[in-house]
Design a protein around this ligand. Structure first.
Ligand code: GLU
Length: 260
């Protein structure tokens, strides 16, 4: 076998919060095949920072489903739950740059601030309601606190995205921070993800710039939808890979269903 091309590393990064469905199969196979075509490296990363929702049995099923689909990946598999010190270090870097501030707002607080008569309907960004900046100008503690922290976003992103939560309360990180730190750590050069994450990509590029990490090439694929045109969700057990497997489908059948 030829040596892999180290300038092409892809990953599939599911969260073990439920069964994989056809949309995940499409995403995983697309990333895997792009890596194969380039003679690159394919990694699997388990995004399990939300320990209240992640389960070992879902993780085991991810391995099973992907192997059944014919996907292979480099071992060992990185689990984000083991990476908290790295996230903490990145947070500290951003804190030292003066870009973070603690936020004590609940969703209800944000909603009521946004619903103030002069503001109009709450604006939705990739992270939900665009934060009105309530805590942005409060005095900062000397040391970085162990609370929810927001990242000051640049002027151009204030209106559409707002200051994002970069560390969730009781979590010490967030999806955005973990993904960026780990893509950097794993030398990911190509990110293949659904277009539902296209709005998160500028946030990730901004973070990569701040943290001095290389910016991968991003490819956003279209989403697999049900007959009604709705995108598939993890709750939709009927379309889980496991269910199709149990009903006797072959990996080839799955590929046909998702147009591969
Ligand atoms: N973990 C994310 C998900 O399950 C995707 C990872 C990414 O491409 O950033 O949707």
């Amino acid at each position: 076998m030829a040596w892999p091309d180290l300038t092409h590393t892809e990953r599939f990064a599911p969260s073990p919060t439920g069964p994989l469905h056809l949309g995940h199969a499409f995403s995983a196979l697309t990333a895997y095949e792009r890596a194969q075509k380039a003679n690159g490296i394919f990694l699997l990363r388990i995004e399990d920072i939300d320990t209240s929702r992640c389960r070992p049995e879902w993780e085991a099923l991810i391995f099973e489903d992907l192997a059944w689909l014919g996907i292979t990946w480099q071992k060992p598999v990185l689990r984000q739950s083991t990476r908290l010190p790295a996230y903490r270090k990145a947070l500290q870097t951003l804190w030292n740059m003066g870009l973070l501030y603690p936020c004590t707002c609940s969703r209800a607080d944000i909603k009521s601030a946004l619903n103030a008569p002069q503001e109009g309907a709450p604006l939705l960004g990739p992270d939900g309601m665009v934060y009105p900046g309530t805590c942005r100008h409060k005095p900062l503690p000397k040391e970085m606190p162990d609370t929810a922290l927001r990242l000051k976003m640049p002027e151009a992103m204030q209106k559409t995205i707002g200051d994002i939560v970069i560390a969730r309360r009781n979590m010490g990180t967030s999806y955005h921070l973990s993904v960026v730190v780990d893509d950097g750590f794993q030398n990911i050069t190509h990110v293949t993800r659904g277009e539902d994450l296209a709005e998160a990509t500028p946030i990730h590029k901004y973070l990569q710039n701040l943290l001095g990490l290389p910016i991968p090439e991003y490819f956003h694929h279209s989403l697999i939808r049900d007959e009604a045109g709705k995108r598939l969700a993890k709750r939709d057990d009927a379309r889980s890979i496991q269910k199709y497997r149990q009903d006797g489908a072959t990996p080839h059948d799955i590929r046909q269903m998702i147009g591969l």
